[in-house]
Design a protein around this ligand. Structure first.
Ligand code: HAM
Length: 452
């Protein structure tokens, strides 16, 4: 049998329900923060990704020629595309421009748990705002969204790339040549970093400072004073540390109850080449190597489209990784089935279909027997798809203008008139047959609410 491509997944209804639930939180929160949704193509001109990152990036993405011989790529992320969208369509829009997106990304990765070749990202970008408030707004949106999904024990690590970038410049390694060093720092491969320095004949005390800064992380109150002391001879680094301090204070003032720790991490280099100032990553516990569920920072990309430098900050959450983390934390409620399962009997099929249509027209969910099962098999099936109520459309009851509605959880049922069925059901106190008080008034109230 033909299998799906390596590193991709078939997603079943249970998983998709989780995705949609998480996306709903993301969309609603982003809208509440004043962001508008955008969408860009799944594939782009290859140059969009090589312009900033160089030809080396082709190894990591799905690049191909189309039938006209154009070089295209499946998008590995959306930030470059959103900046293209901004430069093409939104230059005249009031600043700052605040946009968000949800979409599939494709990377030629080595597949493993939590690392796929096709995965979904939710991301947001602010273009053209003041640096510090923009960074704080972006961080609080990311952390607020993660908190509202129910994620617990999150660790946010915040750094400021200007510190490392300035030190490399002091060493004579200009920004456009820093990529390979940053990649090693991003992977915390300090042996590789030492080797690269020695291969390139780069020596001196600054090498030691870079190695030391790359490994600096921990509580802001500890790391920031230590870094200030180490970097006191580099005014641009001190300025960067001061900005980082303001951002950390700013974010602490936001409502970020889901976050267990906000740490400073001067070794965050990020895997993508466009970052400049603040950078951050968020980890969720128990996901091992793929624990990073969110990453972002300030970046410069408008220049590659010939547009003057514009402050931009953004982040993206790996929706699938977040779902893995939430599953570990048992954060998802059990999946719900339809409200009603309509069971026709011989000769009542047409009436049952009519009733089904009426139920669905009220906006409630209703399913129907499509397999011609017996009553007992239908009741079993209805329970297995987690329907709440079965509607039994029997000939005898129909002749009296009635149907039976059965609560599948308690087994209690009532014969109710088709005329005004909703009203009768709403009043139904599950023991109606006994004419008594409902056994569980709260449950009854809940059911009534579900009908309103
Ligand atoms: P990124 O860190 O490359 O940043 O990706 C963001 C998130 O996508 C990661 O934290 C991770 O959760 C998820 N992710 C990345 N690769 C995979 C994969 N192979 N399988 C599953 N999940 C994955 C960006 O993409 C930037 N565009 C973020 C950004 C927006 N920066 C500024 N604006």
């Amino acid at each position: 049998m033909i299998q799906k491509p390596r590193g991709t997944r078939d997603l079943l209804p249970d998983y998709m329900a989780k995705r949609r639930a998480v996306e709903k939180v993301m969309l609603e929160t982003a809208k509440a923060y004043g962001f508008g949704e955008v969408s860009t193509p799944m594939f782009e001109e290859l140059e969009l990704f090589t312009m900033k990152s160089g030809q080396g990036v082709i190894e990591e993405i799905y690049a191909f020629k189309d039938k006209s011989g154009r070089d295209l790529a499946l998008r590995p992320e959306l930030t470059a595309a959103v900046i293209r969208l901004y430069c093409n369509n939104m230059l005249e829009a009031p600043k700052p421009v605040k946009v968000f997106y949800v979409g599939d990304c494709f990377r030629y990765e080595r597949p493993q748990a939590g690392r796929y070749r096709e995965f979904e990202q939710f991301g947001a970008e602010i273009i053209g705002g003041e640096e510090l408030p923009t960074n704080i707004e972006m961080l609080s949106l990311a952390l607020d969204i993660l908190g509202r999904t129910g994620a617990k024990g999150l660790r946010a690590r915040i750094g400021y790339l200007d510190v490392l970038r300035t030190l490399f410049e002091e060493l004579g390694v200009q920004r456009d040549k820093q990529g390979p060093f940053m990649t090693l720092i991003d992977k915390a491969n300090f042996d590789g970093l030492r080797e690269m320095f020695s291969d390139k004949g780069i020596k001196g005390p600054l090498v030691k400072v870079i190695l030391e800064v790359s490994a600096m992380n921990g509580r802001p109150s500890e790391v920031l004073p230590k870094a200030r002391e180490l970097l006191k001879e580099y005014p641009r680094c001190l300025q960067a540390l001061e900005r980082l301090g303001v951002i950390v204070e700013g974010i602490k003032a936001s409502d970020i109850t889901a976050v267990k720790e906000v740490l400073v991490d001067l070794g965050i280099a990020r895997g993508l080449d466009y970052y400049t100032g603040m950078v951050f990553e968020v980890d969720i516990p128990d996901l091992g190597a793929e624990k990073q569920i969110c990453g972002g920072g300030a970046y410069a990309l408008t220049e590659i489209f010939g547009i003057e430098a514009t402050n931009s900050t953004g982040f993206a959450i790996g929706v699938d990784r977040l779902i893995l983390g939430l599953e570990n934390q048992k954060a998802f409620p059990a999946m719900e089935g339809p409200m009603f399962f309509v069971i026709p009997f011989k000769g009542t099929e047409a009436k049952a279909m009519g009733l089904l249509r009426v139920l669905r027209a009220t906006g409630l969910s209703a399913d129907v027997d499509l397999a011609g099962r017996s009553l007992s098999k239908n009741l079993k099936y209805a329970a297995s798809i987690k329907a709440k109520f079965a509607v039994l459309v029997g000939q005898k009851e129909l002749e009296k203008g009635k149907v039976v509605i059965r609560d599948l959880a308690s087994g209690k049922q009532a014969e109710l008139p088709l005329e005004g069925l909703m009203d009768a059901f709403r009043k139904c106190d599950w023991g109606p047959a006994a004419g008594g008080e409902p056994e569980d008034k709260d449950l009854e109230k809940k059911k009534t609410r579900e009908w309103e």
